[in-house]
Design a protein around this ligand. Structure first.
Ligand SMILES: Nc1ncnc2c1ncn2[C@@H]1O[C@H](COP(=O)(O)OP(=O)(O)OP(=O)(O)O)[C@@H](O)[C@H]1O
Length: 314
């Protein structure tokens, strides 16, 4: 475990009383100060994993250390380091913003600290609303209150469970800004999401969970670089039966019953090399007497990468 590990998850499994195994043998290290996005389809085990880390659900096997504290044997020390933002506001509709957020701090046995509550409310643009009852707030403001509640006891780690589920595009962007601001203030962020775009936009690292197993953990940039390939498809005038040996140096595959050639290349980092590669390819095609009538390029998005990963592990 390295020094910058803030959460250490080891051989974690969870079988519910029903006999359903929701997590199997999950190992994960969360680094201090990162935004980590946990992606996965419905029922993959995202909420279960968060709940076990936060100590709300018991693991069947394995252990979790939060800043070095075992989340079962040393529950309080582990839990006080964590803020959890659930999807929905459950109660307190008639309380004011100020009371709701202050009360949350008290739940962790922390002494009152109006200055801190003020800082949190200001950072989330809730200060002007502090005397408003929750029931009078817009959906966006309610989401901010959920975050303020989770930050009231000064946690260093913040879990956001589907922070933008069911919200409109504008509010989603607004939430992304808020989350980035928190990360910039030094909070480690772990979020679950269905929205690939959300992970692509915000995460430093991405974990993909499927059927209770963590199938991949990778730097987002690295993931995009390794898997985010560009494809150039050349639609040929005349079909060919095989790629001529003179074109062996290029990454070419035959498609569409010999009517198309597909060239794959790394589209993100070596822009100049790519262009050189394409120029060479076109010259070699010409020399080989292969003519094409049309071409198009496409870039794989994180969405496609994700879909292919999920498919591969089925
Ligand atoms: N208390 C429980 N008892 C039995 N099975 C449960 C319980 N809670 C969750 N499950 C099952 O465990 C699996 C994982 O659920 P979980 O809520 O962790 O998934 P998720 O990835 O968060 O899904 P979603 O994106 O739909 O919220 C699901 O099949 C769910 O039905």
């Amino acid at each position: 475990m390295s020094d910058d590990t803030v959460i250490h998850v080891e051989s974690l499994s969870k079988t519910y009383d029903s006999g359903f195994q929701a997590l199997s043998d999950v190992d994960l290290e969360i680094r201090r100060g990162e935004i980590f996005a946990l992606l996965g389809p419905n029922g993959a085990g995202k909420t279960t994993l968060i709940s076990v880390i936060c100590g709300l659900v018991n693991a069947s096997r394995g252990r979790v250390l939060v800043d070095g504290h075992d989340n079962v044997r040393d529950f309080r020390r582990a839990r006080e380091r964590i803020g959890l933002v659930p999807q929905e506001l459950t109660s307190e509709a008639f309380s004011t913003v100020w009371d709701t957020v202050s009360f949350s701090r008290g739940l962790f046995g922390k002494p009152k600290d109006p200055r801190h509550i003020e800082t949190v409310l200001r950072s989330l643009s809730l200060w002007d609303k502090r005397r408003n009852r929750l029931i009078t707030l817009s959906g966006g403001m309610k989401r901010r209150v959920l975050i303020a509640k989770a930050l009231a006891h000064e946690p260093e780690i913040l879990f956001l469970d589907e922070p933008t589920a069911g919200v409109d595009v504008e509010l989603r962007r607004d939430m992304w800004e808020v989350v980035r601001g928190l990360r910039d203030s030094g909070v480690t962020i772990i979020l679950t999401t269905h929205y690939i775009e959300e992970a692509e936009e915000m995460a430093d690292r991405i974990g993909v969970i499927r059927g209770g197993s963590l199938v991949l953990v990778e730097e987002k940039r690295e993931l995009m670089r390794k898997l985010g390939r560009k494809e150039l498809t050349l639609h040929l005038r005349e079909p060919i039966t095989r790629v001529p040996a003179t074109l062996d140096g290029h990454r070419l595959t035959l498609a569409d019953d010999g009517h198309a050639l597909v060239y794959t290349y790394d589209g993100r980092h070596n822009g100049e090399d790519d262009q050189a590669g394409i120029a060479e390819l076109l010259a070699d095609l010409d020399a080989a007497g292969i003519r094409f009538k049309d071409l198009h390029t496409r870039q794989s998005s994180l969405e496609e990468i994700f879909v292919s990963l999920v498919r591969e592990t089925t």
